[in-house]
Design a protein around this ligand. Structure first.
Ligand SMILES: Nc1ncnc2c1ncn2[C@@H]1O[C@H](COP(=O)(O)OP(=O)(O)OP(=O)(O)O)[C@@H](O)[C@H]1O
Ligand SMILES: [Mg+2]
Length: 298
């Protein structure tokens, strides 16, 4: 068992078929692919997760359905007399434990798509389902709960809270979800250690390098044990050396934690580390054919 797995008490009980209470599931961190208990598990052949989350008012998840499913998604921005069609009947299915890169020209709508998939913005038309639950039919409270439990966001800019230490920043989602201070810090410490920052826990963001700040942001995104990682140009603000380090870390964590990941990036190396590469072009997704094709399409 890895050091982190043993420290967080991770086990494989999430693969049980019976629905489990919220309290139980919160108390039990998710299984890590490749742990001692499942040495032969490889990416792409993972058992379905049957963790039940939600509030009493939230419709029950249908575990047989995809983690995220966008159907005929439209997004139109109206600016004065002009209508900008950014997403045009876009379909996308995000399978459990699969990672995808989304590439595309600046302004093609990559961030817009990620915000919709994470329930941070509403579409003009179409739907996003999470295990059969229509995200935009949920109450604001249920949507916020879903987001906190299921999604880890990493942005180009880290958005860490400058007055708080690295440990406090990582622990913040746990504190906001009602965990006690000590318990939150006890959980945050090992995750910071996992991203290589065991000796920076007491540093505020201003006293961390760009790469370190982004690693804290990644630790914060993962502290709630989400199933889905949404990353919007996570290394866009870093120099080559730090970008390579953060790219590798993201890929390792996606694999270890059996995450479904959507990574928007201009970084070809990072894109190629994902299971699938798609390009957002004229409001729809198509297979990414490499930089030559991207240049050819303008
Ligand atoms: N609130 C808004 N109102 C009007 N137009 C918007 C709004 N938000 C985004 N847009 C426009 O939608 C288009 C897509 O924006 P988006 O940020 O999704 O692009 P992107 O693919 O992420 O680009 P980049 O690679 O530069 O980050 C852009 O042309 C942008 O100007
Ligand atoms: Mg963007």
């Amino acid at each position: 068992m890895s050091e982190e797995t043993s420290q967080t008490g991770a086990n494989l009980t999430e693969t049980k078929a019976e629905p489990r209470s919220e309290a139980e599931t919160k108390a039990e961190p998710r299984a890590k692919a490749g742990s001692e208990a499942s040495p032969n598990r490889t990416r792409g052949s993972k058992p379905p997760i049957s963790r039940e989350i939600g509030t009493p008012s939230m419709p029950k998840a249908d575990q047989s359905r995809a983690l995220l499913e966008a159907i005929k998604l439209n997004k139109v921005f109206s600016t004065g007399s002009e209508e900008l069609v950014i997403l045009n009947a876009l379909d996308l299915t995000v399978e459990r434990g699969r990672s995808m890169a989304i590439l595309g020209a600046s302004g093609s709508g990559k961030s817009t798509l990620l915000y919709l998939l994470g329930g941070l913005d509403k579409p003009t038309g179409g739907n996003v389902y999470s295990m059969g639950r229509d995200l935009f039919a949920l109450s604001e409270n249920d949507l916020a709960h879903w987001r906190a439990q299921e999604i880890g966001f990493v942005f180009q800019f880290h958005y860490l809270l400058s007055d708080f230490t690295a440990l406090e920043n990582v622990a913040m989602p746990l504190l906001l979800s009602g965990k006690g201070r000590q318990e939150a810090f006890d959980l945050a410490g090992p995750v910071l250690k996992r991203v290589g920052l065991a000796d920076r826990v007491g540093h505020r963001p201003g006293a961390l390098s760009g790469g370190e700040q982004q690693r804290v942001a990644i630790a914060r995104a993962l502290i709630m044990e989400p199933r889905i990682l949404l990353a919007d140009e996570p290394t866009g603000n870093l120099d080559n050396r730090n970008a390579a380090m953060v790219n590798d870390l993201i890929c390792q964590l996606v694999s270890e934690r059996n995450l479904s990941a959507i990574v928007v990036t201009h970084n070809e190396r990072l894109a190629r580390m994902m299971d699938t590469c798609l390009e957002l072009f004229e409001g729809q997704l198509r297979p990414w054919e490499g930089p030559e094709a991207a240049r050819g399409s303008g």
